[in-house]
Design a protein around this ligand. Structure first.
Ligand SMILES: NC(=O)c1ccc[n+]([C@@H]2O[C@H](COP(=O)([O-])OP(=O)(O)OC[C@H]3O[C@@H](n4cnc5c(N)ncnc54)[C@H](O)[C@@H]3O)[C@@H](O)[C@H]2O)c1
Ligand SMILES: O=C(O)[C@H](O)COP(=O)(O)O
Length: 387
């Protein structure tokens, strides 16, 4: 029986995939696997019982990836599962940045009791006039699952779209419209664009990429859309730029006390992926990946360990070993099996950075003795008997 703890609400269509061999538990400390959305795990102790964490979503900055890997905990995310939800809200944000829809609605609400409201509207509407996005330049930073869809949508809205992603995947490049203009540098994109939307993960390299220096390069009156993460932006510098008129509107999915209520800020309560469709897609992908890992030891879409797939084990035994990516591990594993006179039928070893993972299929069930021997090898982080 596998015990699952949900730290955030996860769509039922995903949870319903769990079979009778799974039990939902309320406590993190009791669980074998955890489902999470944006709850932070940075201050959480990681009990030895936890084998895997699945983030039903894209961003994993709420999870201590290396600490998890060190504890033999595989962390998954669900790439692309909520990308359409974000693309659609980016389209709405473009419209909200270009037209003062929010200001106008707020004003109408403030005069809604006035019997002359219809007349007032006609008299005052010019205060809320805006511009059109057709023909304007849109810069898309990060051309992954969301960025590609946002760039292609901008193109369909007849914008001139510029893209920047030095690490673009082949898969994403195939999906990108041929009309998107690649820029060689961020500076080029900043100088050209009227609207800039950012779709990169929050890392040490992207933290505060929108700051005094980069904002200064941009066009006067640029609008910036942030549906990626709060800390990509230096809030003080953004507020200065809004006050000076350098930035016309800052649309953010990540309200914080500094930016809330500032003139020109449109703050949305992290709704990018909050659609029924995205929540369902993420939940299904996260649960399927967790189940395949718990039941078969296979890894798909992990952000701290490499992918590894040996299918369903049809032999007597399978062992999963999380270990450091250092020399001489495989030879130690195979000689431990040889000493126990156990025949290895199949074996896969994959690594990602400093972490490695080995799946071993054997012709007899694994004994306590072999498990103990492998656990004692220096560099081994976790050994799991799958079968
Ligand atoms: N607001 C929301 O609800 C919501 C929903 C989904 C994702 N997100 C955020 O958006 C981010 C992107 O999501 P995604 O699904 O497109 O992820 P993704 O991994 O598919 O794409 C990220 C892209 O950013 C690129 N990139 C990385 N560093 C870069 C840099 N310095 N400059 C330019 N490009 C860089 C990568 O090469 C990749 O192509 C997530 O990490 C998450 O933080 C937010
Ligand atoms: O990174 C993501 O996938 C989004 O920010 C969505 O986060 P959420 O699942 O908490 O809405």
């Amino acid at each position: 029986m596998f015990k699952i703890n949900c730290l955030n609400q996860i769509a039922n269509v995903g949870l319903d995939l769990f079979t009778d061999n799974y039990e939902m538990v309320d406590s993190f400390n009791e669980a074998n696997a955890v489902l999470v959305r944006s709850s932070s795990l940075h201050d959480q102790e990681l009990p030895r019982t936890i084998e895997a964490i699945a983030r039903a979503g894209a961003g994993v900055n709420n999870i201590p990836l290396d600490k998890c890997a060190e504890n033999g905990i595989v962390v998954f995310n669900t790439p692309g599962a909520n990308a359409n939800g974000v693309k659609e809200i980016v389209i709405a944000a473009l419209m909200m940045a270009a037209r003062d829809i929010i200001g106008g609605i707020n004003w109408v609400n403030s005069v809604k009791e006035d019997p002359e409201v219809a007349k007032l509207v006609e008299k005052n509407k010019s205060k809320f006039s805006g511009r059109e996005i057709k023909g304007k330049k849109l810069g898309v930073i990060g051309l992954g699952a969301v960025g590609v869809l946002a760039a292609n949508a901008g193109n369909k809205l007849e914008m001139e779209v510029y893209g920047f992603d030095p690490f673009i995947s082949v898969n994403a490049a195939w999906k990108l419209s041929k009309y998107i203009k690649p820029t060689k540098s961020l500076e080029e994109l900043y100088q050209e664009c009227d609207f800039i939307t950012v779709h990169v993960p929050l890392t040490d390299k992207t933290k505060e990429m929108f700051n005094k220096e980069t904002l200064a390069i941009m066009k006067d009156g640029v609008s910036i859309l942030n549906f990626s993460r709060d800390s990509l932006v230096n809030d003080d510098d953004m507020i200065e730029a809004l006050k000076s008129g350098k930035v016309h509107r800052y649309v953010t999915d990540f309200p914080n006390p500094k930016v809330c209520g500032v003139q020109g800020v449109i703050a949305i309560p992290h709704l990018g992926a909050s659609t029924n469709e995205s929540e369902d897609n993420c939940a299904i992908m996260a649960v399927e990946q967790l189940m395949d890992y718990l039941e078969n030891g296979n890894i798909k879409n992990s952000v701290n360990y490499a992918n590894c797939d040996m299918g369903v084990c049809t032999l007597a035994g399978r062992l999963a070993i999380n270990h450091r990516n250092i020399p001489n591990m495989l030879s130690q594993f195979t000689s431990a099996f040889a000493q126990e006179n156990i025949n290895i039928s199949d074996m896969t070893n994959k690594s990602k950075g400093q972490w490695a993972y080995t799946l071993i299929d054997i012709e007899s069930s694994s004994s306590d003795c072999i498990v103990k021997k492998i656990r004692e090898i220096n560099g081994v982080l976790k050994v799991r008997v799958i079968k």
